[in-house]
Design a protein around this ligand. Structure first.
Ligand SMILES: [Zn+2]
Length: 440
């Protein structure tokens, strides 16, 4: 069963999405690229027809995902395609009270912080937390982006701003993740492997950190990218629904079988990396395996990345700002390899040694070093590279791969699927020793 709803789409949004995933695209000629661009503009200029599956909203509360959409804001704009309720924030339905009903459809509604409370379309609510619950099909637009589920607004302790959190069942959450993390036209078995890895990662982060904060995950690459309805397609929904409730587990150090942080990254460059060297955690499936698959999938200019240079002073400032322990070093004057994983043809830096103008030195994990210098990770794309000093700059060259390299290699998963491997084979290759189980 499905509902058809009409939502306006923003051409800029669609184009920027394609650009952000462009390293996956194989456009063989300039003509094709122009045609694609024209099609994108045309498709973005009119409203978009979305056929959406009926989303089950009755899944147990423990499985709902809380995604931080806006952090520390004083206002936002909401639009819905159905009437909505404002509820007080009670998990027990017996004590949950509908405080107001709103019937404005397809009208931008202003939400503001006023006099220590939250005002929705001019109506003030005294609680420091409220939940906005759109009627079926449970879709809302926040500041121009479409999402499913409910919206929770929480005033921060000092009363000066509020956070906006999307409360969403796991499958629609994952549809918004899988479609943002992998192109929808990729092999179904690769998309299913991605759905299971993303579901496992989500529940691991929720379980590990969610109890101590009002949300489980950010919607950025800090956790995993979540774009809501903009990322969805029939292929993506198929992958999510075909694997509904499935996660991967492994034996933990105390002997019990449980989920683990099923990290994944775009292109490993030829060998995935042991998580201990990148994130500092040890799980059997995150040891690092050879990957002969991604080189054929990634475009050569993305598999091998060009030399990139950073100004020495700029690098020094960024490192000292991010890590106060480095302040005693003064200005960073030299950077050397402290440890690396040797894979024969290439090696991945895992730890760097930093020398300062005060004569002191210290160490950083190479991945932390990389993302401090280039937080987007788009220029300095991996730690498979060499570092040299060129006059007043640091040059990074012989680069290959994209991302941290731990867990499943996304291009590698696509390569395996193209070779006829199924989801289970892909997951047990990139997460050796893991098992697929269903948790709901
Ligand atoms: Zn790979």
């Amino acid at each position: 069963m499905s509902n058809t709803i009409q939502l306006t789409s923003n051409p800029g949004k669609i184009i920027s999405r394609m650009v952000s995933q462009s390293h996956f695209l194989r456009v063989s000629s300039g003509k094709k690229a122009i045609l694609l661009f024209v099609l994108l503009i045309l498709s973005g200029c009119k409203s978009r027809q979305l056929t959406i599956p009926t989303v089950q909203m009755d899944i147990e509360p423990e499985f709902w995902v809380r995604v931080l959409l806006l952090d520390d804001v004083t206002g936002c704009t909401l639009k819905t395609v159905s009437p909505f309720s404002v509820l007080n924030d009670r998990t027990d339905p017996q004590t949950q009270i509908t405080q107001a009903r709103f019937s404005q459809i397809n009208v931008p509604i202003s939400i503001e912080l006023t006099n220590g409370g939250i005002t929705v379309a001019g109506q003030a609510f005294a609680d420091d937390k409220i939940v906005i619950f759109p009627d079926d099909p449970y879709v809302f637009n926040l500041n121009g982006s479409d999402y499913r589920g409910k919206v929770k607004l929480i005033i921060n302790p000092d009363g000066s701003s509020f956070d906006v959190i999307n409360l969403v069942p796991p499958e629609p959450y994952l549809a918004g993740v899988v479609g943002a993390e992998m192109p929808g036209y990729w092999e179904p078995e690769a998309l299913k492997a991605q759905a299971i890895a993303a579901r496992t990662y989500c529940f691991y982060i929720k379980k590990r950190f969610g109890a101590n904060r009002n949300w489980d995950l950010k919607q950025t690459a800090a956790h995993q990218v979540y774009r809501g309805l903009a990322a969805e397609s029939a292929q993506i929904w198929h992958a999510v629904n075909q694997t509904k409730g499935q996660v991967i587990t492994c034996k933990h150090p105390d002997g019990h079988e449980d989920i683990f942080p099923a990290y994944y990254s775009s292109t490993c460059g030829g060998h995935t990396e042991n998580s201990k060297n990148v994130f500092g955690d040890s799980f059997e499936p995150l040891v690092g395996v050879p990957c002969p698959y991604c080189e054929d999938v990634a475009k050569p200019k993305f598999f091998f990345w060009p030399m990139i240079q950073f100004d020495m002073d700029e690098v020094s400032v960024k490192l000292l700002e991010r890590y106060s322990k480095l302040k005693r070093l003064g200005k960073i004057t030299n950077i050397t390899t402290a440890s690396h994983s040797d894979y024969g043809e290439f090696s991945r830096l895992t730890k760097v040694k930093l020398f300062g103008s005060t004569g002191k030195s210290d160490f950083l994990r190479a991945e932390d070093f990389r993302l401090t210098i280039d937080p987007t990770g788009r220029k300095l794309r991996s730690t498979i590279c060499q570092i040299v000093k060129l006059r007043n700059k640091w040059a990074f060259f012989s680069g290959r791969g994209w991302g941290h390299g731990v867990g499943m290699c996304q291009c590698g998963a696509q390569g395996m699927a193209r070779d006829g491997k199924n989801t289970k084979q892909i997951l047990s290759y990139f997460y050796p020793g893991s098992k697929i189980i269903s948790i709901y």
